[in-house]
Design a protein around this ligand. Structure first.
Ligand SMILES: Cc1ncc(COP(=O)(O)O)c(C=O)c1O
Length: 414
Protein backbone atom coordinates (compact mmCIF):
# COMPACT_ATOMS: atom_id res chain seq x y z
CA UNK A 1 0.00 0.00 0.00
CA UNK A 2 1.42 3.34 -0.98
CA UNK A 3 0.19 6.19 1.14
CA UNK A 4 -1.20 9.45 -0.14
CA UNK A 5 1.23 12.17 -1.14
CA UNK A 6 1.91 14.50 1.80
CA UNK A 7 -0.83 17.07 1.90
CA UNK A 8 0.34 20.62 1.82
CA UNK A 9 0.49 21.84 5.39
CA UNK A 10 -0.15 25.55 5.79
CA UNK A 11 2.66 28.08 5.81
CA UNK A 12 1.91 29.20 9.38
CA UNK A 13 1.82 25.59 10.49
CA UNK A 14 5.22 24.92 8.92
CA UNK A 15 6.74 28.06 10.42
CA UNK A 16 5.40 27.17 13.89
CA UNK A 17 6.79 23.66 13.61
CA UNK A 18 10.19 25.07 12.72
CA UNK A 19 10.16 27.42 15.72
CA UNK A 20 8.81 24.70 18.01
CA UNK A 21 11.59 22.28 17.10
CA UNK A 22 14.09 24.77 18.52
CA UNK A 23 12.42 25.26 21.90
CA UNK A 24 10.19 22.21 22.48
CA UNK A 25 11.84 18.75 22.42
CA UNK A 26 10.75 16.95 19.27
CA UNK A 27 8.70 19.98 18.25
CA UNK A 28 5.99 18.53 20.44
CA UNK A 29 5.67 15.46 22.64
CA UNK A 30 3.13 13.03 24.01
CA UNK A 31 -0.11 11.97 22.35
CA UNK A 32 -0.60 15.32 20.64
CA UNK A 33 2.56 15.04 18.57
CA UNK A 34 0.78 14.71 15.25
CA UNK A 35 3.96 13.97 13.32
CA UNK A 36 3.87 10.58 15.03
CA UNK A 37 0.76 9.55 13.13
CA UNK A 38 0.21 11.74 10.09
CA UNK A 39 1.80 13.98 7.49
CA UNK A 40 -1.40 15.88 6.96
CA UNK A 41 -2.80 16.75 10.40
CA UNK A 42 -2.02 20.25 11.66
CA UNK A 43 -0.09 20.37 14.91
CA UNK A 44 -1.38 23.79 15.91
CA UNK A 45 -4.96 24.89 16.54
CA UNK A 46 -6.11 28.39 17.32
CA UNK A 47 -9.81 28.14 18.11
CA UNK A 48 -12.81 25.90 18.49
CA UNK A 49 -16.55 26.39 18.39
CA UNK A 50 -19.18 23.68 18.75
CA UNK A 51 -17.89 20.68 16.82
CA UNK A 52 -15.45 22.67 14.70
CA UNK A 53 -11.82 23.63 15.24
CA UNK A 54 -9.57 25.98 13.30
CA UNK A 55 -5.86 25.58 12.68
CA UNK A 56 -3.13 28.22 12.58
CA UNK A 57 -3.68 28.75 8.85
CA UNK A 58 -7.39 29.42 9.33
CA UNK A 59 -8.50 26.03 8.00
CA UNK A 60 -11.61 24.67 9.68
CA UNK A 61 -12.20 21.02 10.56
CA UNK A 62 -15.20 19.13 11.84
CA UNK A 63 -13.74 17.73 15.02
CA UNK A 64 -13.95 14.03 15.74
CA UNK A 65 -11.24 14.03 18.42
CA UNK A 66 -12.85 16.60 20.75
CA UNK A 67 -9.56 17.59 22.36
CA UNK A 68 -8.86 13.83 22.68
CA UNK A 69 -11.94 13.39 24.86
CA UNK A 70 -12.50 16.38 27.11
CA UNK A 71 -14.92 18.23 24.85
CA UNK A 72 -18.21 16.47 25.55
CA UNK A 73 -20.68 19.34 25.08
CA UNK A 74 -18.83 21.05 22.24
CA UNK A 75 -16.11 23.68 22.18
CA UNK A 76 -17.06 26.84 24.07
CA UNK A 77 -20.41 25.57 25.21
CA UNK A 78 -22.32 28.69 26.34
CA UNK A 79 -23.31 27.44 29.82
CA UNK A 80 -19.78 26.26 30.58
CA UNK A 81 -18.21 29.42 29.18
CA UNK A 82 -20.54 31.54 31.33
CA UNK A 83 -19.55 29.57 34.45
CA UNK A 84 -15.85 29.92 33.57
CA UNK A 85 -16.07 33.68 33.03
CA UNK A 86 -18.17 34.22 36.13
CA UNK A 87 -15.72 32.35 38.35
CA UNK A 88 -12.69 33.85 36.63
CA UNK A 89 -13.89 37.36 37.39
CA UNK A 90 -14.20 36.47 41.06
CA UNK A 91 -10.91 34.59 41.34
CA UNK A 92 -9.42 31.27 40.31
CA UNK A 93 -6.35 30.29 42.32
CA UNK A 94 -7.18 31.44 45.85
CA UNK A 95 -5.81 30.59 49.32
CA UNK A 96 -8.59 28.16 50.03
CA UNK A 97 -10.82 25.87 48.04
CA UNK A 98 -13.81 27.56 46.45
CA UNK A 99 -17.27 26.62 47.77
CA UNK A 100 -17.94 25.40 44.25
CA UNK A 101 -15.84 22.31 45.14
CA UNK A 102 -18.51 21.31 47.65
CA UNK A 103 -21.37 22.02 45.25
CA UNK A 104 -19.64 19.93 42.64
CA UNK A 105 -18.75 17.06 45.00
CA UNK A 106 -22.39 16.96 46.10
CA UNK A 107 -23.62 16.78 42.52
CA UNK A 108 -21.15 14.03 41.59
CA UNK A 109 -22.13 11.98 44.63
CA UNK A 110 -25.77 12.46 43.68
CA UNK A 111 -25.06 11.35 40.08
CA UNK A 112 -22.77 8.37 40.60
CA UNK A 113 -24.33 5.52 42.62
CA UNK A 114 -20.94 4.08 43.63
CA UNK A 115 -19.81 7.45 45.03
CA UNK A 116 -20.13 8.44 48.67
CA UNK A 117 -17.44 11.09 48.31
CA UNK A 118 -15.33 12.85 45.68
CA UNK A 119 -11.81 14.27 45.60
CA UNK A 120 -10.44 16.52 42.88
CA UNK A 121 -7.17 16.77 40.97
CA UNK A 122 -6.07 17.85 37.49
CA UNK A 123 -5.54 14.90 35.21
CA UNK A 124 -6.52 11.33 34.60
CA UNK A 125 -3.05 10.23 35.67
CA UNK A 126 -3.51 12.01 39.01
CA UNK A 127 -6.82 10.24 39.45
CA UNK A 128 -5.57 6.71 38.67
CA UNK A 129 -2.51 7.30 40.87
CA UNK A 130 -4.73 8.47 43.74
CA UNK A 131 -6.92 5.39 43.32
CA UNK A 132 -3.95 3.03 43.52
CA UNK A 133 -2.47 4.90 46.49
CA UNK A 134 -5.83 4.83 48.29
CA UNK A 135 -6.19 1.10 47.62
CA UNK A 136 -2.73 0.44 49.02
CA UNK A 137 -3.45 2.62 52.03
CA UNK A 138 -6.71 0.77 52.66
CA UNK A 139 -5.32 -2.75 52.29
CA UNK A 140 -1.71 -2.38 53.41
CA UNK A 141 -0.84 -4.41 50.28
CA UNK A 142 1.18 -3.60 47.18
CA UNK A 143 0.20 -5.57 44.05
CA UNK A 144 -2.08 -4.12 41.38
CA UNK A 145 -3.61 -6.10 38.52
CA UNK A 146 -3.80 -4.28 35.18
CA UNK A 147 -4.81 -5.43 31.70
CA UNK A 148 -2.01 -5.91 29.18
CA UNK A 149 -1.77 -2.83 26.95
CA UNK A 150 -4.23 -0.73 28.97
CA UNK A 151 -3.34 2.92 29.34
CA UNK A 152 -3.74 4.38 32.82
CA UNK A 153 -1.48 7.41 32.56
CA UNK A 154 1.90 8.82 31.75
CA UNK A 155 3.97 8.40 34.93
CA UNK A 156 6.54 5.69 35.62
CA UNK A 157 4.34 3.37 37.72
CA UNK A 158 1.97 2.81 34.78
CA UNK A 159 3.60 4.21 31.61
CA UNK A 160 3.25 1.82 28.67
CA UNK A 161 6.36 2.90 26.84
CA UNK A 162 9.13 5.45 26.76
CA UNK A 163 12.62 5.59 28.15
CA UNK A 164 13.44 6.50 31.73
CA UNK A 165 11.11 3.98 33.34
CA UNK A 166 12.76 1.25 35.41
CA UNK A 167 11.51 -2.27 36.04
CA UNK A 168 11.34 -1.35 39.72
CA UNK A 169 8.83 1.41 38.93
CA UNK A 170 6.37 -1.24 37.78
CA UNK A 171 7.50 -4.07 40.06
CA UNK A 172 4.08 -4.37 41.69
CA UNK A 173 1.99 -4.54 38.52
CA UNK A 174 0.73 -7.97 37.44
CA UNK A 175 -0.92 -8.27 34.03
CA UNK A 176 -4.04 -10.05 32.84
CA UNK A 177 -5.84 -10.16 29.49
CA UNK A 178 -8.90 -7.95 29.13
CA UNK A 179 -12.13 -9.98 29.05
CA UNK A 180 -10.29 -13.10 30.20
CA UNK A 181 -11.39 -13.77 33.76
CA UNK A 182 -9.20 -16.84 34.11
CA UNK A 183 -6.12 -14.74 33.42
CA UNK A 184 -7.23 -12.23 36.09
CA UNK A 185 -7.76 -15.05 38.56
CA UNK A 186 -4.26 -16.35 37.78
CA UNK A 187 -2.78 -12.86 38.25
CA UNK A 188 -4.59 -12.57 41.60
CA UNK A 189 -3.20 -15.93 42.64
CA UNK A 190 0.29 -14.71 41.75
CA UNK A 191 -0.25 -11.63 43.95
CA UNK A 192 -1.40 -13.85 46.83
CA UNK A 193 -2.06 -11.96 50.03
CA UNK A 194 -0.33 -8.86 48.66
CA UNK A 195 -3.15 -7.95 46.25
CA UNK A 196 -4.19 -4.33 46.77
CA UNK A 197 -6.27 -3.56 43.69
CA UNK A 198 -7.64 -4.53 40.31
CA UNK A 199 -7.43 -1.53 37.97
CA UNK A 200 -9.54 -1.84 34.85
CA UNK A 201 -11.06 0.32 32.10
CA UNK A 202 -14.78 0.05 31.27
CA UNK A 203 -13.85 -1.32 27.86
CA UNK A 204 -10.69 -2.21 26.01
CA UNK A 205 -9.69 0.92 24.12
CA UNK A 206 -5.97 0.32 23.60
CA UNK A 207 -4.50 2.13 20.62
CA UNK A 208 -3.83 0.38 17.30
CA UNK A 209 -6.38 -2.37 17.85
CA UNK A 210 -10.12 -2.98 17.76
CA UNK A 211 -12.01 -1.82 20.79
CA UNK A 212 -13.73 -4.45 22.93
CA UNK A 213 -16.72 -3.87 25.16
CA UNK A 214 -16.49 -5.52 28.57
CA UNK A 215 -18.13 -8.90 28.72
CA UNK A 216 -20.63 -8.51 31.60
CA UNK A 217 -19.49 -11.85 33.03
CA UNK A 218 -15.90 -10.57 33.06
CA UNK A 219 -16.92 -7.36 34.86
CA UNK A 220 -18.98 -9.28 37.40
CA UNK A 221 -16.13 -11.77 37.79
CA UNK A 222 -13.65 -9.00 38.61
CA UNK A 223 -16.09 -7.63 41.19
CA UNK A 224 -16.36 -11.07 42.79
CA UNK A 225 -12.58 -11.56 42.63
CA UNK A 226 -12.00 -8.26 44.43
CA UNK A 227 -14.59 -9.16 47.06
CA UNK A 228 -13.12 -12.61 47.59
CA UNK A 229 -9.54 -11.38 47.94
CA UNK A 230 -10.26 -8.16 49.83
CA UNK A 231 -8.77 -6.12 46.97
CA UNK A 232 -10.13 -2.78 45.79
CA UNK A 233 -11.88 -2.70 42.38
CA UNK A 234 -10.83 0.49 40.58
CA UNK A 235 -12.63 1.57 37.41
CA UNK A 236 -10.53 3.81 35.19
CA UNK A 237 -13.35 5.84 33.65
CA UNK A 238 -11.01 8.61 32.52
CA UNK A 239 -11.70 8.10 28.81
CA UNK A 240 -15.27 6.78 28.81
CA UNK A 241 -16.64 8.68 31.81
CA UNK A 242 -19.65 10.98 31.21
CA UNK A 243 -19.91 9.87 27.57
CA UNK A 244 -21.48 6.45 27.90
CA UNK A 245 -23.42 6.68 31.17
CA UNK A 246 -23.39 9.56 33.65
CA UNK A 247 -23.65 7.15 36.57
CA UNK A 248 -20.37 5.43 35.65
CA UNK A 249 -19.64 3.26 32.65
CA UNK A 250 -20.20 -0.09 34.35
CA UNK A 251 -23.50 0.92 35.94
CA UNK A 252 -25.50 -0.59 33.02
CA UNK A 253 -23.71 -3.88 33.73
CA UNK A 254 -24.74 -3.69 37.39
CA UNK A 255 -21.09 -3.67 38.48
CA UNK A 256 -20.09 -0.99 40.95
CA UNK A 257 -16.42 -0.21 41.54
CA UNK A 258 -14.99 0.73 44.93
CA UNK A 259 -13.07 3.63 43.40
CA UNK A 260 -13.47 5.42 40.08
CA UNK A 261 -10.92 7.60 38.30
CA UNK A 262 -12.42 10.44 36.21
CA UNK A 263 -11.02 13.24 34.06
CA UNK A 264 -11.28 14.16 30.36
CA UNK A 265 -14.99 15.03 29.90
CA UNK A 266 -15.57 16.23 33.46
CA UNK A 267 -15.22 19.95 32.80
CA UNK A 268 -15.70 20.14 29.01
CA UNK A 269 -12.05 20.95 28.41
CA UNK A 270 -10.97 22.64 31.65
CA UNK A 271 -8.22 20.79 33.55
CA UNK A 272 -9.96 18.63 36.10
CA UNK A 273 -9.77 15.08 37.40
CA UNK A 274 -11.65 13.37 40.18
CA UNK A 275 -11.75 10.23 42.26
CA UNK A 276 -15.03 8.97 43.65
CA UNK A 277 -15.33 6.15 46.12
CA UNK A 278 -17.37 4.20 48.59
CA UNK A 279 -17.89 4.83 52.28
CA UNK A 280 -15.57 1.93 53.14
CA UNK A 281 -12.66 3.76 51.50
CA UNK A 282 -13.34 7.24 52.89
CA UNK A 283 -10.76 6.96 55.68
CA UNK A 284 -8.10 5.56 53.36
CA UNK A 285 -8.73 8.38 50.90
CA UNK A 286 -8.35 10.89 53.71
CA UNK A 287 -5.11 9.27 54.88
CA UNK A 288 -3.11 9.60 51.66
CA UNK A 289 -1.05 12.69 50.91
CA UNK A 290 -2.07 14.16 47.57
CA UNK A 291 -2.08 17.74 46.44
CA UNK A 292 -0.93 20.09 43.71
CA UNK A 293 -0.43 23.82 43.30
CA UNK A 294 -3.36 24.13 40.92
CA UNK A 295 -5.65 21.39 42.14
CA UNK A 296 -7.96 23.79 43.95
CA UNK A 297 -8.34 26.33 41.17
CA UNK A 298 -11.97 27.38 41.11
CA UNK A 299 -12.51 27.90 37.38
CA UNK A 300 -12.19 24.23 36.37
CA UNK A 301 -14.43 23.22 39.28
CA UNK A 302 -17.04 25.75 38.17
CA UNK A 303 -16.73 24.37 34.64
CA UNK A 304 -17.14 20.83 36.01
CA UNK A 305 -20.28 21.82 37.87
CA UNK A 306 -21.75 23.54 34.81
CA UNK A 307 -20.86 20.55 32.59
CA UNK A 308 -22.48 18.03 34.88
CA UNK A 309 -25.59 20.19 35.29
CA UNK A 310 -25.86 20.39 31.52
CA UNK A 311 -25.32 16.65 31.06
CA UNK A 312 -27.93 15.87 33.71
CA UNK A 313 -30.58 17.61 31.61
CA UNK A 314 -30.52 14.33 29.73
CA UNK A 315 -30.17 15.32 26.08
CA UNK A 316 -26.43 15.12 25.48
CA UNK A 317 -25.79 11.40 25.86
CA UNK A 318 -28.73 10.26 23.72
CA UNK A 319 -27.70 12.83 21.10
CA UNK A 320 -24.17 11.41 20.96
CA UNK A 321 -25.55 7.88 20.66
CA UNK A 322 -27.82 8.98 17.80
CA UNK A 323 -25.22 10.92 15.83
CA UNK A 324 -22.61 8.24 16.53
CA UNK A 325 -24.90 5.61 14.97
CA UNK A 326 -25.55 7.85 11.99
CA UNK A 327 -21.81 8.22 11.49
CA UNK A 328 -21.15 4.49 11.86
CA UNK A 329 -23.91 3.51 9.45
CA UNK A 330 -22.81 6.12 6.94
CA UNK A 331 -19.16 5.05 7.04
CA UNK A 332 -20.11 1.39 6.71
CA UNK A 333 -22.21 2.13 3.61
CA UNK A 334 -19.49 4.28 2.07
CA UNK A 335 -16.75 1.73 2.67
CA UNK A 336 -18.88 -0.99 1.06
CA UNK A 337 -19.73 1.24 -1.89
CA UNK A 338 -16.04 1.92 -2.45
CA UNK A 339 -15.18 -1.77 -2.16
CA UNK A 340 -13.41 -1.62 1.21
CA UNK A 341 -13.83 -4.01 4.10
CA UNK A 342 -13.63 -2.06 7.37
CA UNK A 343 -14.11 -2.74 11.09
CA UNK A 344 -15.78 -0.16 13.33
CA UNK A 345 -15.58 -1.08 17.00
CA UNK A 346 -16.42 0.29 20.42
CA UNK A 347 -19.45 2.34 21.39
CA UNK A 348 -20.71 4.65 18.65
CA UNK A 349 -19.88 7.70 20.82
CA UNK A 350 -16.20 6.62 20.85
CA UNK A 351 -15.64 4.91 17.52
CA UNK A 352 -12.52 3.69 15.78
CA UNK A 353 -12.22 2.49 12.19
CA UNK A 354 -9.71 0.05 10.72
CA UNK A 355 -9.42 -1.38 7.23
CA UNK A 356 -9.19 -5.15 6.73
CA UNK A 357 -5.74 -6.50 5.84
CA UNK A 358 -4.07 -3.30 6.95
CA UNK A 359 -1.92 -4.52 9.82
CA UNK A 360 0.53 -1.62 9.51
CA UNK A 361 -2.41 0.82 9.29
CA UNK A 362 -0.94 2.39 6.15
CA UNK A 363 -4.29 2.38 4.37
CA UNK A 364 -6.01 3.68 7.52
CA UNK A 365 -3.43 6.43 7.78
CA UNK A 366 -3.83 7.37 4.11
CA UNK A 367 -7.60 7.55 4.64
CA UNK A 368 -7.25 9.67 7.82
CA UNK A 369 -4.89 11.99 5.93
CA UNK A 370 -7.37 12.21 3.07
CA UNK A 371 -10.12 12.99 5.58
CA UNK A 372 -8.20 15.72 7.36
CA UNK A 373 -7.26 17.41 4.11
CA UNK A 374 -11.00 17.43 3.37
CA UNK A 375 -11.78 19.05 6.72
CA UNK A 376 -12.56 16.13 9.05
CA UNK A 377 -10.20 15.81 11.99
CA UNK A 378 -9.98 12.12 12.95
CA UNK A 379 -7.27 9.64 13.89
CA UNK A 380 -6.03 6.49 12.17
CA UNK A 381 -5.49 4.41 15.33
CA UNK A 382 -6.83 6.15 18.42
CA UNK A 383 -10.55 6.14 19.12
CA UNK A 384 -12.48 9.25 18.16
CA UNK A 385 -14.97 11.11 20.33
CA UNK A 386 -18.42 12.45 19.51
CA UNK A 387 -19.74 15.49 21.37
CA UNK A 388 -23.24 16.76 22.01
CA UNK A 389 -22.50 19.60 19.59
CA UNK A 390 -22.45 17.26 16.60
CA UNK A 391 -25.80 17.46 14.84
CA UNK A 392 -27.21 15.17 12.18
CA UNK A 393 -26.29 17.86 9.65
CA UNK A 394 -22.67 17.88 10.89
CA UNK A 395 -22.52 14.10 10.53
CA UNK A 396 -23.84 14.39 6.99
CA UNK A 397 -21.20 17.03 6.32
CA UNK A 398 -18.54 14.67 7.68
CA UNK A 399 -19.87 11.86 5.50
CA UNK A 400 -19.73 14.00 2.36
CA UNK A 401 -16.06 14.50 3.01
CA UNK A 402 -15.22 10.94 4.08
CA UNK A 403 -16.89 9.65 0.92
CA UNK A 404 -14.39 11.67 -1.02
CA UNK A 405 -11.60 10.38 1.24
CA UNK A 406 -12.59 6.76 0.48
CA UNK A 407 -12.58 7.61 -3.22
CA UNK A 408 -9.13 9.20 -2.90
CA UNK A 409 -7.54 6.15 -1.23
CA UNK A 410 -9.31 3.86 -3.70
CA UNK A 411 -7.38 5.59 -6.46
CA UNK A 412 -4.01 5.03 -4.77
CA UNK A 413 -1.79 2.27 -6.13
CA UNK A 414 -1.75 -0.84 -3.91
C1 LIG B 1 -8.16 5.26 30.39
C2 LIG B 1 -7.22 6.37 30.68
N1 LIG B 1 -6.69 6.47 31.91
C3 LIG B 1 -5.85 7.46 32.24
C4 LIG B 1 -5.50 8.41 31.32
C5 LIG B 1 -4.55 9.51 31.69
O1 LIG B 1 -5.25 10.72 31.73
P1 LIG B 1 -4.47 12.10 31.58
O2 LIG B 1 -3.90 12.14 30.20
O3 LIG B 1 -5.51 13.14 31.81
O4 LIG B 1 -3.42 12.12 32.64
C6 LIG B 1 -6.04 8.35 30.04
C7 LIG B 1 -5.68 9.35 29.02
O5 LIG B 1 -5.91 9.21 27.85
C8 LIG B 1 -6.91 7.31 29.70
O6 LIG B 1 -7.46 7.21 28.48
Amino acid sequence: MTTAPAAALGTRELALRERARRVIPGGMYGHMRVEAFSRAHPQFMVSGNGCRVTDADGREYIDLMCGWGPIVLGHRHPAVTAAILDQFERGDCLDGTSPVAVDYAELLVDTVPSADWAMFCKNGTDATTMCVTTARAATGRRKVLVATGAYHGAVPWCALRGKGVTAEDQAHLIHFEYNDLASAEAAAAEAGDDLAAILVCPMRHDIRRDQELADPAFARGLRALADRTGAVLILDDVRCGLRLDLRGSWEPLGVRPDLTAWSKALANGQPLGAVTGTEALRDAARSIYVTGSFWYAAVPLAAGLATLRELRKGQALPAMARTGSRLRDGLAAQAAAHGFEIRQTGPVQMPVLYFAEDSDISLGTAWAEAAVTRGVYLHPWHNWFLSAAHTDADIDDILDRTDDAFAAVRRLPH
